[in-house]
Design a protein around this ligand. Structure first.
Ligand SMILES: C[S@@+](CC[C@H](N)C(=O)[O-])C[C@H]1O[C@@H](n2cnc3c(N)ncnc32)[C@H](O)[C@@H]1O
Length: 430
């Protein structure tokens, strides 16, 4: 079966389930062998990334031709979407393929494809929305936060997969030796310039969790941005750290790499399924100094003092669009409000107790959200609420990512600069 038809079948299956599963999870389960699997995944990723642009172009073409799209089956419509992606974004000459595909509606599909072109609109906002295939309400929010040029670069980079990274426990193996091991296993990898425990994978020979480094529990796949969050904690040996939204435990494991079995980590999460996964991962990575507590960070009572607190808050995950582009089609404006409330409740519960305890504590707050409401605006609210008692302190963080949207509220990772997911982080001193 041709790659395009196979991709159309998987696209039909995925779109049926899109409200319940992410593309990332769905593609893990695709059972095709070899190179074809990779090609199908690439077509799914591209078509879903540009779904709005593709559907608008197909609608316009069918209107011009007076063709009723309802005459196409779901599979035929999805094949049309895949081929439109090929034509618009892969610069593919389609007519040869359509004939080769040997399908009943070949001539109809070819006719529509011959009328496909990138739709240009009268308004700038709609143009940006159609060019980069993002809902207009997202563009509207981001336009308030950055220049038009930066916005375009940002959106374009969110439509591409960022590099994959792994973080190494350098107490157990040097970066040079880790690179050597990866090379022996057929990977092409390079050390990161910013963070000494991070390695960028340039070319894969197999999934990262099949490497010897992973199996030995001395290196874990973690985005560069995640390493940046843990770097912002500026961990010293012996630190007592609260990881308030910890599951599945990637950053907890990174913290343990920095602590090298000293100090203590209290790892909290409310979600039972993710909590179980964290328990498993922490064991696999030989984390001995963590105490795991399944609890709600909006309500927990602090029984002891901490040197540092990490709040890697639940969020819209909009910074992960480059990994799972379906996120942008599931997002709704009201979801931002829901997460902002949750983030505020977690922050307020912990901050108020720290104020009462009168113990100077550092909080690193992070989200993989592109929205200022969950980040810069939220920090403004916190500073306004706790005047004289809470400050933003970015000293020593200038090597972590780039400036935030407004300047002075935190640091941000941008896919087009840092080749990783989009992420915000900041440090509060209570
Ligand atoms: C961004 S994820 C954390 C990722 C994790 N830090 C890591 O690096 O693997 C946010 C987490 O917050 C948890 N969460 C959501 N609401 C919570 C609450 N009220 N209290 C504690 N954890 C919560 C979610 O279950 C989720 O695991």
């Amino acid at each position: 079966m041709s790659t395009e038809i196979l991709a159309a079948k998987y696209l039909s299956l995925f779109l049926e389930k899109m409200n319940h599963t992410s593309l990332k999870r769905f593609t893990y389960r695709i059972k095709i062998k070899g190179n074809k699997r990779h090609r199908v995944q690439r077509l799914l990723f591209g078509t879903i990334s540009y779904l709005l642009t593709i559907d608008t172009a197909i609608q316009r073409a069918s209107q011009e031709l007076k063709i009723n799209l309802a005459n196409l089956s779901t599979l035929e419509l999805n094949l049309l979407r895949i081929l439109t992606y090929r034509m618009l974004f892969d610069n593919y000459c389609i007519s040869d393929i359509v004939r080769r595909l040997n399908i009943t509606k070949a001539s109809l599909i070819e006719k529509i494809l011959s009328h496909i072109y990138l739709v240009i609109s009268a308004t700038n906002m709609e143009n940006i929305s159609l060019q980069y295939s993002f809902p207009q309400w997202i563009i509207e929010i981001l336009m308030q936060a950055m220049s038009s040029d930066k916005l375009r670069m940002f959106l374009e980079s969110l439509n591409k997969r960022p590099s994959k990274w792994i973080a190494v426990n350098t107490n157990k193996i040097s970066i040079d030796d880790a690179l050597e091991q990866l090379k022996k296993e057929g990977f092409d990898a390079e050390p990161d310039n910013d963070f000494k425990i991070a390695i960028r994978i340039k070319k894969f020979s197999r999934p990262l969790n099949k490497t010897n480094l992973y199996k030995q529990g001395i290196a874990i796949p973690a985005s560069k941005a995640s390493v940046g969050v843990v770097e912002a904690l500026k961990i010293s040996p012996g630190d007592i750290i609260l990881d308030a939204c910890a599951a599945p435990g990637i950053k907890t494991i990174l913290i343990s790499f920095y602590l090298n079995d000293s100090g203590k980590i209290y790892a909290i999460d409310v979600d039972p399924r993710r909590f179980k996964r964290m328990r498993y991962l922490l064991r696999r990575f030989h984390v001995k100094n963590a105490l795991l507590v399944q609890a709600d960070a909006r309500e927990i009572k602090l029984q002891t003092s901490f040197d540092k607190i990490l709040i890697d808050a639940p969020c819209t995950s909009s910074g992960m669009i480059g990994i799972s582009p379906d996120i942008k089609w599931r997002l709704r404006p009201m979801m931002i409000n829901k997460f902002v409330k949750l983030q505020l409740d977690i922050l307020k519960n912990l901050i108020q107790q720290l104020i009462d305890m009168r113990n100077r504590t550092e909080i690193v707050y992070s989200t993989c959200s592109i929205f200022p409401q969950e980040n810069e605006d939220l920090m403004r609210k916190i500073i306004d609420t706790y005047r004289n008692e809470v400050n933003i302190d970015l000293e020593g963080l200038s090597d972590i990512g780039s400036e935030d949207y407004y300047g002075g509220f935190g640091r941000r990772f941008y896919p087009f600069i840092h080749n990783t997911i989009a992420l915000f982080l900041t440090r509060l001193i209570v």
